[in-house]
Ligand binder design. Structure first.
Ligand code: AMP
Ligand code: MG
Length: 321
């Protein structure tokens, strides 16, 4: 049964309360200049996992991380000169830059869906900025709608779609653009337009005097935004639905682990899919780093986030590097 929607008019006290929810690992919906975002503290893996659970996404796509400014971005990611110029020209605003994570990046690996990259943006909406300032942490936020539903441009839309799944909805009125942010891969001097959006490509090109590469022009690039995200796969073979651990195998456990003397990581000893999702990519990397030829994965029920975890494990099983 849906509980009461928790819409609060955005003011100093509701924004402070929203910041406390974020610090406690809970979800807060807030307005940006594009659409309403479904936010979580990007440093907390379980909070990020709750975003996927609330949206009901059947797979893990990397999320956009919202920051106040270029300084905050520089603490999380490596910003090449062109990425800096793009941020200086268009931040705060509806431009998202995909860049490499710093080795000491404190964010959950789940926000990057296991990739070495981060998608960063500094929003221009006063409520979003006040929330980022009050929270004092980077905020991961996809659009605040259930998977497959349209993006929300009003607090009431968020309440209809996600009202029982968020701690609070900050109401800042209807959003201005209603169009998502433009996403650029800004890791190198060849800046790629991953997703057209609220800042037109021509405006970016004219402002910086550069040409954006369109994926369709380059057969080596993925053709639709988001395809980049399916690339994380361990070097080791991944053996799913394992009921035993074979010699030389590492074990990725869920619940009570199988007997083994080899390397082992447990996604969630208590069988909690949120905890398992938060640990998934770090555990795969750790087991891969042991040099084991194969990783035996215990069965994980398909309930809730289990579906997205299993989707990613199946891709890891077929998509060896
Ligand atoms: P949404 O959160 O719904 O606004 O969508 C985020 C968009 O950013 C999707 O198209 C993602 O594929 C893209 N994105 C986010 N993070 C990354 C990343 N690390 N690499 C490539 N694309 C990304
Ligand atoms: Mg969306």
């Amino acid at each position: 049964m849906p509980s009461e929607p928790v819409i609060a008019r955005a003011d100093e006290s509701s924004i402070a309360e929203a910041a406390r929810h974020l610090a406690a690992g809970r979800l807060v919906a807030f307005p940006t200049e594009t659409v309403y975002g479904l936010g979580a503290d990007a440093t907390q893996g379980e909070a990020v996992a709750r975003i996927y659970a609330a949206k009901g996404r059947p797979s893990f796509n990397p999320l956009i991380v919202h920051v106040l400014d270029l300084d905050a971005a520089g603490r999380l990611a490596v910003l090449p000169p062109l990425a800096r110029r793009l941020a200086e020209a268009f931040w705060p605003g509806p431009l998202t830059l995909v860049v490499d994570r710093r080795p000491d990046c404190p964010l959950s690996e789940l926000v990057s869906a296991g990739l070495d990259t981060l998608a960063l943006r500094a929003p221009d909406h006063p409520v979003a900025r006040a929330l980022l300032a009050a929270a004092g942490c980077p905020v991961a936020a996809p659009s605040a709608n259930r998977s497959g539903h349209v993006s929300s441009t009003r607090a009431e839309h968020v309440a209809d779609d996600l009202g029982d799944r968020v701690a609070m909805i900050l109401d800042g009125g209807p959003t201005a653009h209603g169009l998502e942010s433009t996403v650029l891969d800004a890791r190198t001097d060849r800046v790629v337009l991953l997703r057209p959006g609220a800042v037109p490509a021509e405006v970016i090109e004219a402002t910086l005097g550069l040409r954006l590469v369109r994926p369709a022009e380059d057969p080596c690039l993925p053709h639709s935004p988001g395809q980049l995200e399916s690339h994380y796969a361990p070097r080791a073979l991944v053996r799913l639905d394992a009921w035993d651990v074979r010699p030389g195998e590492a074990l990725l456990a869920f619940g009570t682990p199988l007997a083994t003397t080899g390397p082992m990581r447990n996604l969630s000893p208590g069988g909690d899919p949120i905890e398992a999702a938060a640990n998934l990519f770090a555990a795969l990397r750790a087991l891969d780093a042991t040099g084991a030829a194969s990783i035996a994965v215990m069965p994980i029920p398909d309930d809730g986030l289990g579906e997205a975890i299993n989707d990613r494990l199946r891709r890891a099983a077929v998509g060896r590097r």
